[in-house]
Design a protein. Structure first.
Length: 67
């Protein structure tokens, strides 16, 4: 009985962290996009500043520098 309960909890937890198209996208990405940024694997391009991280710190969030 306990195993069944844990499986149900796990199922609903996975639904909470997955969008409708089946790809796993943590909330850090939407946080970056709301701040006007884009997630990158490497360093920010010239003229961009790092404003945070994405995907549990495996990517960085960059946006154009304000002049």
């Amino acid at each position: 009985m306990r195993t069944a309960f844990l499986l149900v909890v796990l199922f609903f937890a996975l639904l909470l962290v997955s969008p409708g198209d089946g790809q796993r996208v943590p909330r850090f990405v939407s946080h970056c996009l709301r701040r006007g940024g884009i997630c990158r694997y490497d360093d920010c391009s010239e003229g961009e500043e790092q404003i945070g991280t994405c995907y549990h710190h495996t990517m960085i969030c960059c946006r154009d520098e304000v002049m």
